[in-house]
Design a binder for this molecule. Sequence first.
Ligand SMILES: O=C(O)CCC(=O)C(=O)O
Ligand SMILES: [Fe+2]
Length: 260
Amino acid sequence: MEGEADGLFPREVFPRERTEVAPGAVHVPDWLDMEEQRELLAACREWAGPPAGLRTVRTPGGGVMSVRQVCLGWHWSAVPRCPDCGRAVRANPDCPGRHSYPYAYSRTVVDGDGAPVKPFPERLRALAGRALTAAYGSGAGAAPYAPDAPYDIALLNFYGDDARMGMHQDIDERSAAPVISVSLGDTCVFRFGNTETRNRPWTDAELRSGDLFVFGGPSRWAYHGVPRTAPGTAPAALGLKGRVNLTLRVGALDRPAPRP
Ligand SMILES: O=C(O)CCC(=O)C(=O)O
Ligand SMILES: [Fe+2]
């Protein structure tokens, strides 16, 4: 990283190391080399194009999120009521479909141009496999984190200089398979909390371009967010202004909802 901006923390003396931030939540610094980052970014730019491209995300309360987003495989959005039973309640065991509210996954961009969501790319399934091995290894220790269904959802978030993401749980998937997060561009503070509340205790990790963060097992339903990015810290060789984060998830949307 010689000659590049320092990010949010002082330049380190030692290389950054794989860190288990909480049980099952693993930060792998410098996971993708620059060539892989450039390739992935080029793909993200294609995915962000219309139809079903980059859009502003509405929140259930009528606001908008500061990140802009593209979904692959399944489209994630706020809904005024459950698309399957029509009720505006968090849980309805009697829903004849897969009950979802106030966010739901759908096959079309219901809050945008209405187009079918782009398919989940095979290359991201391969990337997910590599990510799990990087985070948990390939021995017996990895068994508790083995996905119970294929990775089939990718959410791409685009952060401009002032964008951030409040503390939330990734709760709309029906599988406890780990969430896999890959970051490109500007450095950010990734706040990783606990499964009980959106408040402390939490750990702040610095995610830089090429870093991997995976949270599964006891950390799968933990609150997390991005309180800030550091504009201008993207590696010059990447050619990106801002930050892109890609999360890979197992939807298993044919199942009833597990609630953490
Ligand atoms: O941008 C990030 O690092 C986190 C994104 C995230 O939490 C999400 O998409 O649910
Ligand atoms: Fe999230």
